[in-house]
Design a binder for this molecule. Structure first.
Ligand SMILES: Cc1ncc(COP(=O)(O)O)c(C=O)c1O
Length: 373
């Protein structure tokens, strides 16, 4: 199927140019229908929908996501958002012998926050050379025998730079530390195979490039590590004996569901499942090829128009394109007034083409941006 034909599945394209998947993937009719199926079950069955349909739907979603990233179902837990998934992992680390966590100032701040608030834990915040990229050597220089974990991102949210997480995991492991990766901007737009990345924990969510809307995150924990990580907050979903409702009997599940806490938001489960169907149907390889072609085109057009593009070097680019701007929020509003949806972060506007976008949308966005400079 021609990738631009997917635009028909996303009603927003009837009226707008949407170049903001990085903030929120657009709503598809498939996801809308899935949410209606959920409300239909709720209406038809009431609470019995839980055992008749919804527990299976939760399981099927985790299995589908596991397939996308080359993991086993047993290695996947669901969480309400990326921050919660990170928090429960942070709660399961022992800080007695190692009390430092290495991260960077290009990571989404919810990463350092996890450890800044933990008494007795120090955060080593690496600064890169150019506010766009991060050399792996910076990790090498910072990780020490006091590092309990390196926690960083696969694709940086505000620069689009792809980190070499395989190498970062090697660096962490050589020093006896864990490697925790936020893959929110990688899954969907890049083919991801977690076993070959060699990371210990990999977290993502449905909101952006997985096209499933808010309310659902995925936590992968490497199988061999599961029994070594015991969370210090929990709930009945983490209990092997969940349905005994026995206040005297708790044992963490052996699989990654030990990191689950309570009842998931089921509308989000249905939406995330339908979003994943689109991603798996198109296929991460095709998505990557098309998204990169669009990003390269956007960068070239913007540079030709004299805009101050802050792109990573070719080879480490993704569908996140940042352009320095004297007044980013004014530019975002101006483009919105002309039906073009983009976003901004700090002193830059952020455009994020994805497989369903078109070269014409790039051209229109760059033309409008030039008007604002
Ligand atoms: C890379 C990255 N990590 C984490 C988050 C925060 O995710 P959540 O709100 O699901 O905790 C964001 C939010 O946009 C993000 O871009």
């Amino acid at each position: 199927m021609d990738l631009e034909a997917y635009r028909d599945e996303f009603p927003i394209f009837r009226t707008k140019s949407y170049l903001n998947t990085c903030s929120l993937g657009p709503l598809s009719t498939r996801v809308q229908d899935a949410i209606m199926r959920f409300t239909g079950d709720w209406n038809e069955l009431g609470a019995s929908a839980w055992h008749e349909r919804w527990m299976d739907a939760i399981d099927a979603l985790a299995a589908k996501y596991a397939g996308l990233i080359g993991a086993a179902r047993e290695e996947i837990a669901l969480a309400p958002n990326v921050s919660s998934a990170l928090s429960i992992v942070a709660s399961a680390l022992s800080y007695r012998d190692r009390d430092r966590v290495v991260t960077t100032d290009l990571d989404f701040p919810t990463i350092p926050y996890q450890w800044m608030v933990r008494p007795g834990v120090e955060v080593d915040l690496i600064s890169g050379p150019d506010t766009v990229t991060m050399p792996t050597s910076a990790f090498e220089e910072t990780v020490s025998e006091r590092t309990v974990a390196v926690a960083t991102t696969h694709v940086f949210f505000a620069t689009g730079f792809i980190q070499d997480v395989t190498e970062i995991a090697r660096i962490a492991h050589r020093m006896g530390a864990l490697c925790i990766v936020d893959g929110y901007h990688a899954t969907g737009q890049l083919p991801v195979d977690v076993p070959s990345l060699g990371v210990d924990v990999y977290i993502s969510g449905s909101l952006k490039w997985l096209l499933g809307g808010p309310g659902l995150a995925f936590l992968y924990v490497r199988r061999d590590l599961l029994s070594q990580l015991t969370p210090t907050f929990t709930g009945w979903f983490g209990n092997t004996y969940q349905f005994e409702f026995d206040p005297r009997r708790f044992a963490f599940r052996e699989d990654a569901r030990r990191f689950e806490v309570g009842t998931p938001a089921n509308a989000a489960v249905f939406a995330a499942d339908a979003g994943l169907d689109i991603i798996m149907e198109v296929g991460p390889d095709r998505i990557r090829e098309r998204t990169l072609a669009l990003a390269d085109d956007l960068i070239e057009r913007a540079e030709d128009a004299g805009l101050d593009v802050r792109a990573p070097p070719p080879g480490s680019r993704t569908g996140i394109v940042m352009i320095e701007h004297p007044d980013p929020s004014k530019a975002v509003s101006y483009l919105a007034d002309h039906g073009v949806i983009i976003d901004s972060r700090g002193t830059r506007v952020r455009l994020s083409p994805y497989f369903y976008n078109s070269f014409e949308e790039n051209q229109q966005a760059v033309g409008l941006l030039r008007d604002t400079c």
